[in-house]
Ligand binder design. Structure first.
Ligand code: PGA
Length: 248
């Protein structure tokens, strides 16, 4: 049985006070008998404060620089991530790739260093609309996997969660329909099985992300190859995030 996972990516939203209140409300709302794994990715500035309010949820960081320390002005190190109590790191999000110009080389370095330092990784892939319009979406996503993950061994893969987030669906209100999501997830799993082994592919949780809401989560999560969601906008509200967790 693959683990069901729901992760909340708060991006650069909320004051620290609002973040603490949201974390408390999410914790309070989770049914203790629900075994869905919940990960919160608050802004780094509030991660330490949030950690004190988490019991059931894991803490993740949205970004870090893959080194222990050094002359990297403005960056957060893996040592800081550990000190903050984070156990998950988000890598390869399209906003990091596009807005901040993170290259495939940097992304691979982030994966390797995160795993060496004992973190778990939520790795994002997803195509822009132009690639889907050309019918090239699967190849585009497989290329991202090739450069970031296909070199990992089975033990390293066991520390990885994948998130498929079509860029045209992120924050747009346009969700991939369940057939589109399932088809991409199925092809990803098939390729990972071929490249890295059936055991790795079968035990890997693959989340869907991009305008996932309480209204569409159930349909998306009922697909055979969709194992939960990476939630942006709807994760900023305890009631809607709680409902998505229940649907997983
Ligand atoms: P969204 O964001 O749910 O607001 O579309 C998802 C994400 O970027 O992780």
């Amino acid at each position: 049985m693959r683990k069901k996972v729901v992760a909340g990516n708060w991006k650069m939203n909320l004051s620290i006070g609002e973040g603490i209140a949201l974390a408390e409300a999410i914790e309070h709302d989770i049914d203790k008998s629900n075994d869905t794994h919940v990960i919160l990715f608050p802004p780094i500035a509030m991660a330490g404060a949030i950690k004190h309010h988490l019991e059931r949820c894991s803490l993740g960081l949205q970004n870090f620089y893959p080194a222990q320390s050094g002359a990297f002005t403005g960056e957060t190190s893996l040592m800081h991530a550990k000190d903050l109590g984070a156990t998950y790191l988000l890598i390869g999000h399209s906003e990091r790739r596009m807005v901040f110009g993170e290259s495939n080389e940097l992304i691979k370095m982030k994966v390797d260093q995160a795993l060496i330092e004992g973190f778990k990784v939520v790795f994002c892939v997803g195509e822009p609309l132009s690639e889907r319009e050309k019918g090239n979406e699967v190849q585009f996503v497989l290329n991202q996997l090739e450069s970031g993950l296909f070199h990992l061994d089975a033990n390293q893969w066991s520390k990885v969660i994948l998130a498929y987030e079509p860029i045209w669906a992120i924050g747009t209100g346009v969700t991939a329909n369940s057939a589109q999501a399932e088809e991409m997830h199925r092809q990803i799993r098939q390729e990972i099985s071929k490249r890295c082994g059936a055991d790795v592919a079968e035990s890997l949780s693959i989340l869907y992300g991009g305008s996932c809401t309480p209204q569409n989560a159930n349909e998306l999560f009922s697909c055979a190859n969709v194992d939960g969601g990476l939630i942006g906008g709807a994760a900023l509200n305890a009631a809607s995030f709680g409902e998505i967790i229940r649907q997983a």
